[in-house]
Design a protein around this ligand. Sequence first.
Ligand code: ADP
Ligand code: ASP
Ligand code: MG
Length: 411
Amino acid sequence: MLIKVQKFGGSSVGNPERMRRVARRIAEAADAGNQVAVVVSAMGDTTDDLIALSRELNPQPERREMDMLLSTGEQQSIALLAMTLQNMGYKAISLTGRQAGFRTDGSYSSAKILSVDCQRVRDELEAGKIAIVAGFQGVDHCGEINTLGRGGSDTSAVALAIGLEADVCEIFTDVDGVYTADPRIVKKAWKIPEISYDEMLEMAAMGALVLQPRSVELAKQYGVVLHVRSSFNHNEGTIVKEEVSMDKDMEKELIVCGVAHDMNVLKVSLFGIPNRHGMAGDIFEQLARVGVNVDMIVQSGSRDMRHDISFTCGRDERVKVETAVQNLMLTVPMEYYTIVDTLAKISIVGAGMITHPGVAAKMFRVFSENKINISMISTSEIKISCIVDEREVTKALMCLHTAFGLDAEEN
Ligand code: ADP
Ligand code: ASP
Ligand code: MG
């Protein structure tokens, strides 16, 4: 008997009809003789709606209370899904993160899973039940509820698969798999049959929402093969694993495997900072102190013994950034600062760029030909990212997709 972990995202369980469809999918797996443990997200836009509601009552709610609130979204969907299955004649039981043994590290809103004690889930499976586990949540050593960051149910599913030593980990979502770009924006994007953990991790970290980056990291660490597929049909999805088979890879001979975008970009520039040692340390220590997660950093060359530093972070960190910059101005004699929240990050990802020179040049050329201005650049071994105006996102994705030979009709 195989153990299957199946994860269903919010859009897959967004209304009663979809909930029933998901239940049928789970029932199929159970009927085929598998032990099935399910991880489910909050229904539809529940998490966003709860965030909006909280903001109406307090623009800066305590993170503890936010986690208390947001974890209720998943608690609704596990109970509803269990009821649906029971109504179809299946034995099912819903379990919160705590009941399913998810122990987290205590950091509200972005907790890491420290361990999963799967005994309860195992017992339920042994008793012939389908276990329906709340994604996105766990409890710390004091019993405090922690959530795992947006999209965290993917990570819950991978952690459960590791804990149960599951044979299969399927991530069901509202698209057929991982595409060469967001298929909702780039109509010529095609589904990637197999993708390596490293490329998937970069795609996810650069904004491809389909998997939470942490889930890919965890899957890589424990060698869990992920199958990303649609909850609306039975099409083959995308397999995420260490080694991508040569034939599938060579068919495409692609240097770049995908293009990703991230709208959650805030660019902060500090102008006229004294050009002496210790300044960068002071600035980034202050940002770390208030918990700002800094992404790209660019320091300009110096003029008149002064220079400028720009960095990016998430738009939701604006209040923290402002606090940090106000504090900094008391100690670092900078001239002025600006904060821009109308930018986005466009990235190209592909292991092929390690061995092929000129990829960055081509990306910049494509932007230039399409009159897209680049305001920041950063690179890693297998990705190049540029910050551009948010209004250019669709054009940027489409022209890069074409330029790097990713358009479906060409393959
Ligand atoms: P779920 O609710 O199932 O967790 P998400 O909304 O978190 O689903 O992720 C699925 C969405 O990710 C898709 O609807 C799609 O618009 C978006 N997406 C962005 N980039 C990609 C990509 N490269 N491949 C597939 N989907 C992508
Ligand atoms: N409901 C949470 C969110 O919207 C977790 C998830 O969907 O994975 O981010
Ligand atoms: Mg998701």
